[in-house]
Write a protein that binds this ligand. Structure first.
Ligand code: ATP
Ligand code: MG
Length: 332
């Protein structure tokens, strides 16, 4: 079976609609016919110096949310990045294969460091795409389900795979980004030209999956829309409405064309009210399932431990092979 792999950062109390529709839903779909490896990127979360107690709690919340979203630990290895030390072991090798300028061209780093202030951005934030290349290539996945914002990092992973193979012999597969067109960049509800983001969106710009359903509905109803009053799909001219149409189509399981037809001649407000109901239902069920998993932290730990054991079976021999190939002498 082909392999799929992806990760998500425990950088907030809740995942948001963009994470779910853009990425995690695809994780769940791919586990049907892929050997799947999905992880909570706790080491990546360290790049922004989170509070330790908060980070610990968020790892459990992340695991519970992934289970609530439908990641099935019987079929997918669900684990915590820091439980598989091979990720950082391989990352060092890739650090040494990446050019300084090459790393500096990563737009996520430019955006996030600009926000933090140049002096405050950590070296970890700078090198995190390289750790991400290790996260991915360790498992030789065919498909990496992510949102549009990860495309450049995936390209770096592909380049590093090729570079390593060129220097040291065929070792890594060049993974394909698995990016679903319509939902790859769910927009911030208050600023439809920006992506919805755990760390950058304002509270009203983001629908958290663990939001109270009434609050989620209210956020949808107060989404910023464009001037004009015709409901049509025009991401350039009417990004606010285009985002709501995408959300509606995906959550309702239909197409944007069908939604446009359904609301023909109606006003923006009608679309918002109907979408608000759909989203309230979605977060209501999601919240219930997540809370049920959170009630049993020992079971979450058991799931993560089993996932890490399966991941290490794959990852450990890769690091041995890589260390041999680059000329490190095996310890006795
Ligand atoms: P942060 O702001 O901390 O970077 P994030 O919201 O970007 O958080 P990540 O944990 O970095 O979330 O990303 C998890 C997955 O969700 C990735 O595959 C990413 O591409 C995807 N993703 C994030 N935001 C969106 C969005 N607005 N639309 C679609 N996919 C998204
Ligand atoms: Mg992100």
């Amino acid at each position: 079976r082909p392999r799929s792999l992806s990760g998500i950062q425990p950088t907030a109390e809740s995942f948001h609609l963009g994470n779910y529709l853009g990425a995690v839903r695809q994780w769940v779909g791919l586990q049907e016919d892929h050997d799947a490896f999905y992880f909570i990127a706790d080491l990546h979360a360290l790049t922004v110096q989170p509070d330790p107690a908060q980070l610990r709690a968020r790892v459990h919340r992340s695991a519970a949310q992934l289970l609530a979203a439908g990641v099935d630990p019987e079929r997918s290895a669900l684990f915590c990045q820091s439980h598989v030390p091979e990720h950082t072991q391989l990352a060092w090798v890739f650090n040494c294969l990446t050019g300084f300028g090459e790393a500096g061209r990563m737009t996520q780093f430019k955006d996030k460091s600009a926000k933090a202030g140049a002096d405050k951005a950590s070296v970890g934030l700078f090198t995190y795409p390289i750790l991400q290349a290790a996260d991915i290539l360790l498992y030789n996945p065919h498909h990496v389900p992510v949102g549009e914002d990860q495309r450049q990092h995936l390209e770096l992973s592909r380049n590093l795979a090729q570079r390593f193979n060129h220097h040291y012999g065929e070792t890594f597969r060049q993974p394909e980004a698995y990016i679903v067109k319509g939902t790859a960049k769910i927009a911030d509800l208050q600023d439809p030209t920006a992506k919805m983001s755990k760390s950058a969106s304002s509270p009203n710009g983001i629908v958290d999956l663990l939001d109270d359903p009434k609050k989620a509905a209210k956020k949808i109803r107060s989404a910023v829309t464009d001037s004009g009053d015709t409901i049509r799909y025009d991401p350039e001219g009417q990004p606010g409405i285009a985002n709501l149409l995408t959300l509606f189509a995906t959550v309702a399981g239909t197409t944007v064309d069908d939604v446009v037809a359904q609301f023909e001649g109606q006003q923006y407000g009608h679309l918002k009210v109907a979408l608000a109901d759909l989203v309230a239902d979605l977060v209501s069920g999601f919240g219930e399932r997540t809370r049920a998993y959170l009630d049993d932290p020992a079971e979450l730990d058991r799931v993560l431990a089993a996932g890490a054991a399966r991941a290490r079976e794959v990852a450990a021999p890769v690091v041995v092979d890589v260390y041999d190939k680059v000329g490190l002498v095996r310890g006795v």
